[in-house]
Design a binder for this molecule. Structure first.
Ligand code: FBP
Length: 550
């Protein structure tokens, strides 16, 4: 396969490992742990994997490990660095015993259930070191949650002589990994299950997991292009750019991109929800920023919008929920309504409060809210063009303000959505090292015979040599949440903490960024060059760990 010059040069990059795990290791155990909430319920649901201690690897004597066959699965959305998790796992297993073997299940958890797999040999692994994407074995969103699936998985694991499985995924996939670990332990299957924290969304993090992998690279890619747009915007001085960035529910990506690029406006869904903001309130906020800049002769600007915003606006959430229920019950009747009467039909059939909001939406968005439903009958929020919704509503508001003499500028818009552009980028040095260390740590957890653990690498704002590698029991991160009408044990999702340092820093500067043109242009990720250019962590992580230098 033909390769780019960067791919060729990058293939020889040797990811850094924490010093503590470079040679022989010993595993130290902390005190027994508790789940973050609902301790009694979670202890009852996980009698075999609850309460285990946090583990830490320290330098120790080299020792012999038996050869072992291990399986690996990539689960959910792509995130830069997945290939390095697999290469770290592979190298770690081979370092423990060169006769160990690694099998990859294809296209996500479905590969395990449907017995589709391939052996990952050193030739294959070498092709994928330090590359982006999940294409080495593919990924998928099949949920691993029923006994039948677990049993079907067990059949192929037994056939291949696999006694440990590594699941690389987000909060839901790692929750399911823990349920699987518990089940295999309960039935005495002799299969260990270890998780690795993946998602560009950055919402799988807590005291023991400082960041999920991929967040660093994806945010740097989006910030590069947002910076380029800001520079274009400041050069031509004629457009307002409305930029939506991925992040299904949490706004970590939007916040990090704002910290890196200092746009005129960035919305944070968690704040919108806490302040119970209305769509109108958000539109007024943006329109006022536009008007204030216009008064200074600046008819241009940038607005960052988190993908999940719409579901955090309380009134929109209620509207979407009523539309979900209504369309589930009246799908056929609605389908028979002629297209030009569909909006009117909805307005006449839903509650007056929701009908008023629905009627106020631009036609395109109103249609998206009723047409695009997922297999569970829910609207697919990520397909709603929130950036256009806000741009069009701000334009309407400004026209109204103009009539009242409160605005006298020009408002022309450009729209962007950045998501898939960043999920498979070649991992930054941070992600390349972090992912490799996570995979290597997973191999050590396997070597220790552990199950129900997630690989954890901490102290990540320090040089990689000082990183702390270990394992955290998945049950420690769990609480009970309502899912599809039932209370379920799940890993607690980390939304943006409005009392946390990253948000506080943003909130302290946003008025200035709104008024002035304070753009920062981060430029592309650098893989070779001075450490202060190539090895920076995200600003979120630096602010959280108290190492940010403004
Ligand atoms: P994961 O949580 O599975 O890592 O995926 C995150 C994400 O990239 C979201 O940011 C986005 O909303 C979603 O996946 C898109 O999903 P899909 O890849 O199925 O289009």
């Amino acid at each position: 396969m033909k390769k780019s010059a960067l791919q060729i040069a990058r293939a020889s990059y040797l990811p850094k490992l924490p010093d503590a795990i470079k040679g022989g290791v010993r595993c130290t155990e902390g005190a027994a742990t508790q789940s973050v909430a609902n301790q009694k319920e979670i202890a009852e649901l996980f009698p075999n994997t609850y309460g285990m201690p946090v583990l830490r690897f320290e330098k120790g004597e080299a020792r012999e490990y038996p050869a072992i066959n291990v399986g690996v699965i990539l689960s959910g959305g792509q995130a830069p660095g997945g290939h390095n998790v697999i290469s770290g796992l592979f190298d770690g297993l081979k370092a423990m015993n060169p006769a160990s073997r690694l099998f990859g299940f294809l296209l996500g958890p479905a590969g395990l259930i449907e017995h589709k797999y391939m052996e990952l040999t050193s030739d294959i692994i070498d092709e994928y070191r330090n590359t982006g994407g999940f294409d080495i074995i593919g990924s998928g969103r099949t949920k691993l949650e029923t006994k039948a699936q677990f049993d079907s998985g067990l059949e192929i694991l037994r056939q291949l002589g696999i006694t440990a499985l590594v699941i690389i995924g987000g909060d839901d996939s790692n929750t399911n990994a823990c349920v699987l670990a518990e089940y295999y332990k309960q039935i005495g299957a002799g299969i260990q299950v270890i998780g690795c924290p993946k998602t560009i969304d950055g919402d799988l993090k807590n005291e023991m997991i400082e960041t999920s992998f991929g967040f660093d690279t994806a945010c740097k890619v989006y910030s590069e292009v947002i910076g380029n747009i800001e520079r274009d915007c400041n050069s031509a001085q004629k457009y307002w750019h409305f930029i939506k960035v991925m992040g299904r529910s949490a706004s970590h990506i939007a916040l990090e991109c704002a910290l890196q690029t200092q746009p005129n406006v960035c919305l944070i869904s968690e704040e919108v929800e806490e302040k119970q903001m209305t769509l109108d309130g958000i539109v007024n906020y943006i329109a006022n920023v536009v008007a204030a800049r216009a008064a200074e002769g600046h008819n241009f600007g940038t607005v960052i919008i988190p993908e999940g915003l719409i579901e955090f606006i309380p009134a929109m959430k209620r509207l979407i929920s009523e539309l979900n229920d209504f369309l589930a019950l009246h799908a056929d009747e609605y389908a028979a309504v002629p297209q030009n009467e569909q909006i009117k039909y909805i307005i006449e059939h839903i509650s007056p409060e929701n009908a008023a909001i629905y009627a106020s939406l631009p036609e395109g968005v109103a249609r998206q809210l009723t047409l695009d439903r997922d297999p569970h009958g829910n609207v697919q929020v990520s397909l709603i063009e929130t950036e256009k919704l806000l741009g069009e509503m701000v334009a309407r508001k400004l026209a109204y303000m103009k009539e009242g003499g409160k605005y006298n500028g020009k408002f022309a818009t450009q729209y962007h959505f950045f998501g898939y552009e960043g999920r498979c980028a070649a991992p930054s040095n941070f992600d390349a090292d972090y992912c490799y260390s996570l995979g290597y740590t997973a191999s050590l957890l396997i070597g220790e015979g552990k199950t129900g653990y997630m690989a954890s690498v901490r102290n990540t704002t320090h040089p990689a040599s000082e990183w702390i590698a270990g394992g955290v029991p998945v049950t420690m991160m769990m609480n009970m949440e309502r899912r599809h009408g039932e209370m379920k044990p799940v890993i607690q999702k980390a939304l943006v903490d409005l009392k946390g340092e990253p948000f506080k820093y943003f909130a302290a500067h946003r008025d200035q960024w709104a008024k002035e043109t304070s753009y920062i242009y981060p430029g592309p990720i650098q893989y070779f060059g001075p450490s202060e250019v190539c090895d920076q962590s995200t600003i979120t992580l630096a602010l959280e760990q108290g190492s940010y230098k403004a």
